[in-house]
Unconditional design. Structure first.
Length: 344
């Protein structure tokens, strides 16, 4: 079994090529890893297996040539990774990482051991996953080209976008699994919506944005209609948008936020959307856990407020901050979202 740690340096900062990512993916595929393992799944694992986790380093300790890395996963679990070496770029509180881990536990009542086999920049792995998903639909998109002419406003608002959980025109309720398995089926709807919201986009740009929204929404399990509403409010689907405060791209990421999400070029639609949807997912999960009401919009309202003004402002004011800009922003995104869901 290969036990050495494969290191993927930051692409932009260190000028690394594709070889390191290829090695990470090769290790991932050789171990039969299909995707991230959730904390809930880890808690019930027993025996030996290889898993993949994502998170941010909280601390490192080196002793007699061995390194222990405390990683806080994206869903809040603290994991102590053992390894012979750890890349400098993946330091405390820096870049989100993906790690291939050898998991061992005799039974469910004893503590498990985690040995890091490979590490990579999380956003680069996500981009690779998106490209792989795109390859599967290339033939379909080449033969089923959507019309260039965008729909009218009446057509757009009268026919809501499809997502998991809502009912289609045929009376079907779409689950996450079904939605993920049929992205090519829903692609034209999102492509047309993107072209409608920004007619200045080229055909290639609209395709790239629609595909990225669907891909990353499914990857992070965030309703793509909410992502569409957020992007429309943030940038009007202009990938080159820059605010007076320096927010960049489709999801209007601030420089510090973009860096923390592993986004090296916020004006690249795929990178920006990968970071924006990841950030949105983090806020949704955080405020869902705080509110816990399935029949309430509270967690969505707080999520949008945090996306606009920062989670610190939400915490300081105990809810939506008393800023006119933030309050108007939250109302706008929710209004668009409801329209895309067919709720006038």
């Amino acid at each position: 079994m290969r036990s050495t740690l494969l290191i993927l340096s930051l692409w932009a900062a260190l000028g690394a090529g594709s070889q390191e990512l290829d090695e990470y993916i090769k290790e991932r595929q050789s171990k039969g890893v299909k995707g991230l393992t959730t904390s809930a799944a880890i808690d019930v694992l027993a025996g030996s297996c290889t898993i993949e986790v994502e998170g941010i380093v909280q601390g490192t300790v080196s002793c007699d040539g061995a390194i222990s890395v405390l990683l806080k996963t994206s869903d809040g679990k603290s994991v102590s990774l053992q390894c012979a070496q750890w890349p400098e770029w993946a330091g405390v509180g820096r870049t989100p990482v993906r790690v291939i881990v050898q998991f061992d536990r005799e039974n469910e009542i004893v503590a498990p051991s985690y040995r890091a086999l490979a590490v990579a920049v999380a956003s680069e792995v996500a981009l690779w996953e998106a490209k792989e998903a795109e390859k599967k639909k290339t033939v379909i998109l080449a033969t089923k080209k959507p019309p260039v002419k965008p729909p009218t406003i009446r057509q757009q608002t009268s026919r809501p976008l499809t997502s998991r959980g809502n009912v289609t025109g045929r009376g079907e309720r779409v689950s996450w699994a079904a939605f993920k398995a049929n992205l090519d089926r829903y692609f034209p709807e999102y492509y047309n919506a993107v072209r409608h919201f920004n007619p200045r986009l080229t055909d290639a740009q609209a395709r790239e944005i629609a595909n990225a929204i669907l891909t990353y929404s499914c990857h992070y399990e965030v309703d793509p209609r909410l992502v569409m509403a957020l992007v429309l409010a943030e940038s009007g689907f202009n990938p080159n948008a820059t605010s007076r405060k320096g927010a960049m791209g489709l999801g209007q990421l601030m420089p510090g936020t973009a860096k923390g999400l592993g986004v090296s070029n916020a004006y690249d639609p795929k990178q920006n959307l990968a970071g924006s949807v990841r950030l949105l997912r983090g806020h949704l999960e955080k405020y869902w856990n705080q509110t816990g009401r399935k029949d309430s919009w509270d967690h969505v309202v707080l999520t949008l407020a945090a996306y606009n003004a920062g989670s610190g402002a939400v915490r300081k004011h105990g809810g939506v901050p008393p800023y006119k800009e933030t309050q108007a922003y939250v109302d706008k995104v929710i209004r668009i979202y409801k329209q895309l869901c067919g709720q006038q």
